[in-house]
Design a protein around this ligand. Structure first.
Ligand code: DGP
Length: 114
């Protein structure tokens, strides 16, 4: 989608520290990390957020979760635990309106989140 930051990253128009990619998704380090491991997993297809996902995209959603798990394993985040976060909407803290899963690991994470 034109003017979407994450579409531009997916298409290589904006650089990012990519940790994983395939034909359906790409994962890269968050520019403003809040944990030692902070990776964003996004579909290549533009979807504005989890609320916009359709039943036809069920397999894609599952793929994103399995990729997130694989990255957590590969980056060493699995041993002490990790968190996957999906912000949907302004009040939840969503600032980029292209679906993304935050993978957070490498420190003790508080609960409830702020
Ligand atoms: P959210 O608040 O859930 O919409 O998360 C958006 C995240 O995207 C936020 O943690 C910062 C990150 N981010 C914003 N712009 C860029 C960028 O240009 N590059 C990278 N790597 N991350 C970005």
């Amino acid at each position: 989608m034109k003017d979407c930051l994450f579409c531009k990253i997916s298409q290589g128009e904006i650089p990012a520290q990519i940790v994983y990619e395939d034909d359906q998704c790409i994962a890269f380090r968050d520019v403003n990390p809040v944990a030692p491991i902070h990776v964003l997993i996004i579909p290549r297809e533009h979807i504005s957020g989890i609320a916009a996902v359709t039943n036809a995209q069920q397999a894609l959603l599952g793929h994103l979760l399995l990729v997130a798990r694989r990255i957590a394993q590969d980056l060493g985040g699995e041993e002490n635990g990790y968190r996957l976060v999906l912000n949907n909407g302004v009040q939840a803290g969503q600032t980029v309106f292209h679906l993304h899963i935050h993978l957070l690991a490498g420190r003790q994470l508080g609960w409830p989140p702020g």
